[in-house]
Design a protein around this ligand. Sequence first.
Ligand code: COA
Length: 382
Amino acid sequence: MTTAPAAAPTFAKGLVGVVAAQTGLSSVDGANGILTYRGLNIHDLAARVLYEEVVYLLFYGKLPQKQQLAKLTAELAANRKLPKAVLDHIKAAPRKATPMDVLRTAVSMLAYYDKETEDISVEATQRKALRLVAQFPTVIAAIHRARQGKDPIAPRPKLNHAANFMYMLHGKVASKLENDAMNLYLVLLADHSLNASTFTSRVASSTNADLHAAITAALGALKGNLHGGAAEATMNMLLEIGKVDKVDAFVENAFETKRKIMGIGHRIYKTGDPRARHLLEWAAKMEHDAGKGQRYVDMALSVERAVLRQKELYPNVDFFSAPMLYYLGVPTALDTCIFAASRIAGWSAHVLEQYNDSVLIRPGAEYIGSKSEVFVPLDERG
Ligand code: COA
C-alpha cells in the first residue's frame, strides 16, 4: 500500500491565521472583542486592581491575597534602584537618542549586573522578572529626566508602582486621578496573547536564551509604529491635524493617498478593541481635569467617526492611550517606553511559559530565489 505524500506546508504571509503557541496567560477573542487575563475579563480588572495584582496574576496564576500582594509590593520596592553604571549610561546617551534605543540598551546592560542572568530555571527567572518589572519605570523615568538635562529622581518605596512611576517622571507626587490613570494604563497593556513583541520574546527564549536577552529582543519588536510605536504616531497625527474641523479632510486625504491612520485597525480585533473604551473614558477624565481648552479626545473621536465612514476599522489600544499619556505629561517620544513598562510583565510571563514546555521555534521558509545559478570564480566575474 502506498501512502500519499504529505501536503507541502502552506505559506502564511505575516503568519496570519497561524497558531504558533499555547498559552494560559491571556486570550484574545477578536470576533467578539474580548480580552481575558487567566480567564478574568479585562472589564472586571480595569480600574479595580493595581498593576501589582496583575503582575502576580500573570506570574503565579491567581490574583494575590492581601499578604501575597504586600510581599510582592515590598519586593518591587526593594528592587527599583539601578546600578550606577546603568544610570551613567542613561545620562551619557545623546540627548537626541530615541528613548526606546536607550531603554533597550539599558535593559541589555542590566544583564551584566544581575547575579542570576545566566540561570534560566523557573525560580531564578521569576526573581529576575520581578526585578525587571521594578527596574523598568526607574530606567524610563531616568531617560525622561536626562532628556531634559535633569538628574534622575530616586524611587519612593511607600508609593505604589504607578504612583512611584509618575513621581519619578515628574519629580512630585501626582494627583490621585493621574496615578489611577497610569495604573489603569499599566493594567490594560500588561499582556496580549501572541502579539509581535511577545512572540519575539518567546522565539528568543525558545533557544534557551536568558530573560534579559528575550526582553531586549522584545523591546526591539515593540519599537515599530505598527506595534508599540503606534501611540506616539497617533499623538503626532493628532498634533498634526491640530483642530477638530480639520479631521474630515485629513482622514479623506489619508485614505486617498493610502496613508495609514495610526491607532486604528487590529490584526485580531475586527469589531473593536475592548481596552479602547476604558482608555477613552480616562483620557476624557484627564482632558476635563487639564481644563486648558484642549480637545484631543474630541479630535480622536472625530477621527474614529471619519474612519468608520470610509471603512470598518476601529480604534485599537494605542488610539486613546495617546491623548491620555499626553495629559499625564508624557512626551510623545516616551510613549512606547511606557507601553514597555507595562508589557514587561506579559513578556516575562510568556518567557516563563516557554521555558516550561520549550521547543525551539524555527519555522520554515518558502524559497523563491533562483534554483540553478552556475558558480563563477571571482577572477572570471564580468
Ligand atoms: N489606516 C488605514 N487603513 C487601514 C488601517 C489604518 N490604520 N488598518 C488597516 N487598514 C486597511 C488595510 O490597508 C487593508 O486595506 P485593503 O483591504 O485595501 O488592503 C484593510 O484595512 C484590512 O487591513 P487588515 O488586514 O485588517 O490589517 P492587518 O491585520 O494587516 O494590520 C495593523 C493590522 C494593526 C498593522 C493595521 O491595522 C495598522 O497598520 N494600523 C495602524 C498602526 C497601529 O495602530 N498599530 C497598533 C496595533 S495595536
